[in-house]
Design a protein around this ligand. Sequence first.
Ligand SMILES: [Zn+2]
Length: 436
Amino acid sequence: MRIAADFALLSPTELATDVVVEVHGERITAIEHGRAGACDSAVELLVPGFANVHGHAFHRALRGRASLGADFWDWRSSMLAVAEILDPDRYRDLATLVYRELLLGGYTTVGEFHYLHHTRDGSPYRDPNAMGVALVEAARAAGCRYTLIDAAYLHQAPDHGEWAPTEGVLRRFADATVDAYLARTEELSEGATHRVQLAGHSLRTCTPSELVTIAQAARRGWHLHLAEQHLEVEIVEAALGARPVALLEHAGLLGPELVAVHANAATAEELGTLARHDVVLCACPSTEEDLGDGPSPAANFHGLGGRLAIGSDEHVLADGLVEASRLEAHARLASRRRRGLDVAALWTALTAHHALGWPEAGRIAPGWLADLVAIDLHDVSLAGVTPEAIIQITTPARVVRVWVGGTEIVHDAAVERRELAPRLDHLIRTIWKEIP
Ligand SMILES: [Zn+2]
């Protein structure tokens, strides 16, 4: 297959004009400059597919329901009500449509931070990984590359410094012990387009020593919700005697294999510690806005030499370019200056497939996976904008076509957006009707 592009972003710092990208099987085999020879497709701007490094598919059901609560903790109650009623079949149906929406937003690799493991009473399904398997099937049906980030949720958040066993819907999340968690996740298989990573849900639900066990077992890196809310940090500090970053550093858990999700409640000193240890920080700006987490410190972290990734988390937004532009906006609003994240830093963060265990994705170069996104530049909102700078412009729905592993997965995004809308709308409304 040969794709001709007026412009192609070969790497975060290299925009080429008049390029032909040659693909055999799932890989890119050659880049030709100039437009000689016949081509199968012609596009305006070709960019590497985006990596959605952090998300929870079922949170999509809460989009547009901000009136459900005054703060993060009220929102969390609504989120738990949705979690209460999902079973593997329903979750597969929902996730398939959600992942399809993410593909339409340019995300060719989806990372699912998965903690909804068990039946309503907390006992395991006959296949203890039934929910995770349903999610993998959803990704396969949607056509995205996928990483199931299976998260350990071992305790109820400590109250006044005391740990307690999980109660109510939280029992659906919990494995009995860290060893039970590892035994369960050991049974998860990988495939040509899906891989498995481990995670601790947070320091509210896993102790540092349990996280050490998880990190030691992780072959493709591991993830952790780090410091999204100040109250969350205070709960951890009251229970464990120190803030999350200090606890992780003391336990020897900071390193390049850790993807820390959210650092809105981290101090400047803590950001420096994370950057020094080469931790990847995954920012989720649209969710951090929606939940009132405060601005992302991504630009400060980048300035300290830290590596960034991007996630859409609760999927209040499903558009990689807009998500990245929000990260830039956070930087400017927080600093009251115009210098935030430059264009190359934003593209680097949006294509951080390595954080999902796919280091061979994210570039348009021979040998790399042919995960590609074609972008429409002929919109009045982009008139006068240089092609690589579109990542700074908040104009949605510019993705036209999407390839994953050399296969065209989305042929006409505008048409599919209209087709997908009633299906996802119906499913989400059905879910809410069932919530008491
Ligand atoms: Zn999350």
